[in-house]
Design a protein. Sequence first.
Lengths: 168, 461
Amino acid sequence: MIKFWKERAKSKILTENIKLEDEINILRDELKGQIKAKFAGSLSIRMVDSGSCNACEAECNALSNPYYDLERLGIHFVASPRHADVMLLSGVLTFNMLPHVLDAWEQIPEPKWCITLGDCPAMKAPFYQTFAIKAPASEHLPISYHIPGCPPSPEEIMKGLVGFLRGV
Amino acid sequence: MSRLIALFAIERDEHFEIIERFNDKSESKIIPKDTPKTKTITYEHPSAIWFERKISDDFGIEFEDSFDKRPLLRHERFPLEIHPMLKSFDAKKELTFAPFKPYKYEAISGDGVFEVPVGPIHAGIIEPGHFHFSQAGEDMLHQEVRHFYKYRAIEKMVEGKNLDEVKEIVERISGNETIAYQIALRDIILQSANQSISDELRAYHAMLLELERSIHHLTDLGFIPNDAGFGSALAYCSALAEEARRVMKTLTNHRFGFGSIQMGAKSYDKDEFDKWLSYLQTKMSKFESWIMDIPSLWDRFDTTGILKHQKAIKYDMVGVVARASNVAIDRRDNEYYKNAGWSIVTENSGDVGARFKVRLKELFNSIKLMKEFNSRCSDKDIEPININQFSDGRYEAFVESSIGELYLYIEIKENKIERLFARDPSFINWQGLHLMMPGNIIADFPLINKSCDLSYAGNDL
């Protein structure tokens, strides 16, 4: 452990010297302003997967790595729909998940918004329609914003969230 | 005893055929359509139970002497008269929700024993699935895993399509194993077209598979300590995982490598890639000397969620989980990989710590393999070979994905897919998860689950 801290101390700020790209810094400043203006400093997101391939979840998890660090902007992924402003919905809305998705949506207090993430909920992913798929999501929920991509990269998700906040 | 790999059914004109695929043999059983009944093999192979329940749901075949005949993928509101894999059932038919029929969970009852249902929607950015605990205070007595919330009916979706048309679907069965799925499909395409690819292209594909494994292992090496309350490991490893994803993007033009396994390849900067591998090696060596030296972390890892060696064999477990319980199964165990520097990684204790160590050592092994494959790759673009004729037949492919042994079966009839069956390594391993619970407290469940890091999407299909 001491060896590790010695190593870290030598390299001043971060051993890894992870420099955030300028583009992300601009995006970050913009996001912070939007959240402050519209949501009194914080935006709480409940991520619900309704039948994705798990790449969208991996990209959402990537949002909290040191390169993006979404939480610094006041955007939090919360554990319960009852703590959320926004439901971020990924996946093709399977027959088996739809009732649970609607249940989660009902639990979110007003005012609330639903953002669809990735091509699946818009039924734009390369799957054929089957009995087990209930997408597009717009037939079941009021969708405020859509972030396209298969999967959308963390940057695209951040840009998407800015786009959503502009429209609120 | 043979190891069960897969058990699945195919509908023929006159009868059903059930294929029992073991590691050393493949057996086929004929079931008449008018009395669709057969005997169970769950008493010898406990992991057959989900396969059999799936067959019952899909085709209406009954396993007479089975101890568990509950529906598996047909959930509470699924119309029970429908068996979706029957040829007479139209894949595009719109289903309406049937009246709610409760599912009877495996639960222990008794004085002071209570049940804790968790999911399908969990408290985090995770895929949906249900875990049902029987508790005596903090202690877990039993846990039932219930899945198929993400059931997209992919096996049905691809029927009647040709192999080209399903590429994009197969690569999206499970996002974190996409390269493995693509390589499995590539092998089947090559078999059915009686073609082969150049050594250079094969090395390139094998390199991408190791890169995918490295990303997956890096992610887990961060998340497992994080679930034990050691967040700085997550910060360290998730930054490296992000860098690895960007490398994947540079190589394949996609952060996960969707669409990257083609019959040709674009050239890339080999020196740059080799430099990055050396950098990753240095970073992970530092990580190793740091993480192995934190007693409070290993206090949580050691003896938590033990899967005993005998149980791992009995439940036909595969992949990282099996190897951590000293079961030496790895689909890379062949001359091709051995020549490239592959060696098996096993641990004895079968606990969270063992699974962590297996991942760490495999990551180092993957770096070594990638260096070797990189040197074998071509400096120039590889011209794609043209394949459009697929001959009829039954084909299968095995790939060691980042989770474990992946099995893909495709039967082609008149150039179209007659039956596709994919057995994700997770499908087997989920069934053994409950074995790790007794003797642990419920607060350790997320840690144990994360140490296995199984795919929900690949399991549910």
